[in-house]
Ligand binder design. Structure first.
Ligand code: ADP
Length: 434
């Protein structure tokens, strides 16, 4: 139980810290990327304004004063010339549609930019991709601005800036951060384990104290209970006592209740002593022989209700398990099968050895009893849980049997499962791995 809790806590701490760190990194990265992008946008718009103020006098004089317009269709610039040109460029489109350079600009830039501009709305600066002949992509931020003077539209200015370097840096930073996160996860896991160990200390202490208390209380209760039981037996068996039949019945009831109480106390003691850290002492035993013995022990109880109790096959099966643990586990299931099966019913035990990647022993205890509703099938394994409290009281049940059975199976990394239906009997199956 402790180990499981420790593992879940480690998982929880690791996940929580890693999630927090990842969110923080993503947030920080997004904020930085957004900030740098906004800066670039502001810069390119400022550049457009500067260009307008610089060239406004020329524009007012007429288009002939500009650098000659580009020759559409011609493309003979080198890659280096293109890269230099893309760094920061601007050109003007007149209201008539003709394009003029503000500086000497390779024809390809203007052709590409005007084509992109035609296709997109550039009220907000946007990133476009320019592909070189060798397949290399450059990311260019493009923007447009109307040139207005005294209410007249003189044309439009287009500006562009190559931001490939910035985007590459951001991409590298992201990869670097993710790699950093991977390394950090290792340290976070170690931190999670340490934190889980620390958190477990008070829990472990309190559980150990609780266990110690139950063990001591059960020990202390055993002696007075057996004294009261023996006392009642002595009074009942003393022939000299002229007890009325009422007093006799009361004493018999007391005896019965004390027996149930002793039973519960020894069950509690068993549960509190089940130490999960102690390795089970396994020994090769014939489990079928133990089952035969258990059947013999319980035969008188079954006969009282005219219940037949039998083993499907008595061929020996050797399995590594502690003899007492196995006997106790089987006894609980058989005792329940008899308790919760009405008169004239039947109880059958059968074994199967299965082999997948591992070898498993399966022990089935099948009865023709009252059965269990679907919603109760998991609950019955909880401590002190009884489906019908009145009925369990009559049969002397305390609701601890199945939780002991499950703990015993889990001690060997096994399990106990039930398949049942109301009025259709039940089949309890214990699975024990090799
Ligand atoms: P109890 O001492 O009450 O039998 P258990 O833990 O052994 O406690 O069982 C819990 C409850 O599960 C029982 O009270 C009973 O209602 C139900 N139960 C157990 N075994 C059977 C069975 N073979 N058939 C029907 N009900 C069962």
């Amino acid at each position: 139980m402790f180990e499981q809790t420790r593992r879940s806590l480690t998982r929880y701490y690791t996940f929580a810290t890693a999630a927090l760190l990842t969110s923080f990194t993503i947030l920080l990265f997004s904020a930085l990327a957004w900030f740098l992008y906004e800066e670039e946008k502001l810069e390119i718009l400022a550049f457009a304004n500067e260009e307008i103020s610089e060239h406004l006098p020329l524009l007012l004089q007429g288009s002939t004063s500009f650098v000659p317009p580009p020759l559409i269709g011609e493309s003979n610039s080198t890659e280096e010339e293109m890269q230099n040109a893309l760094r920061m460029f601007s050109f003007i489109q007149m209201p008539g549609g003709e394009v003029y350079n503000l500086v000497t600009l390779p024809n390809e830039v203007v052709v590409w930019a005007t084509a992109e501009i035609k296709r997109h709305d550039l009220r907000e600066p946007r990133i476009f991709s320019y592909t070189f002949a060798n397949g290399k992509h450059h990311r260019v931020l493009l923007a447009e601005k109307l040139i207005v003077h005294e209410g007249n539209i003189l044309g439009k200015i287009y500006v562009g800036k190559d931001i490939t370097f910035l985007l590459t840096i951001l991409k590298e930073m992201l990869i670097f951060s993710l790699l950093g996160m991977l390394v950090a996860t290792f340290f976070i896991f170690r931190f999670g384990r340490t934190a889980a160990n620390k958190a477990m200390i008070p829990i472990e202490q309190s559980v150990i104290q609780q266990k110690r208390f139950v063990t001591n209380a059960s020990h202390e209760l055993r002696t007075p209970l057996s004294v009261v039981l023996t006392g009642a037996e002595v009074v009942l068996s003393d022939q000299k006592n002229n007890l009325s039949s009422d007093s006799k019945n009361t004493l018999l009831d007391i005896q019965d209740e004390i027996r149930k109480m002793s039973n519960m106390v020894s069950n509690l003691l068993t549960l509190s002593q089940m130490d999960e850290y102690s390795l089970p002492s396994k020994k090769a035993i014939d489990v079928v022989a133990i089952a035969t013995l258990s059947v013999r022990k319980l035969l008188p109880l079954a006969e009282q209700k005219n219940i037949t109790i039998s083993l499907e096959d008595t061929s020996p099966i050797t399995w590594q398990i502690d003899k007492d643990d196995f006997a106790q586990l089987l006894y609980i299931l058989l005792d329940n099968a008899i308790k919760y099966t009405p008169s004239d019913g039947s109880v059958l035990i059968f074994f199967r050895v299965e082999k997948n990647s591992k070898k498993y022993l399966k022990i089935f205890v099948e009865d023709s009893g009252i059965g269990i509703e679907e919603q109760e099938r998991e609950l019955i394994f909880e401590r002190f849980y009884r489906v019908d409290k009145a009925r369990s009281r009559q049969t002397g049940g305390s609701g601890l049997g199945l939780s002991i059975a499950r703990s015993l199976a889990e001690k060997y990394n096994g399990s106990v499962k039930v398949s049942s239906g109301p009025g259709k009997g039940s089949v309890f199956c214990v699975t024990l791995p090799e």
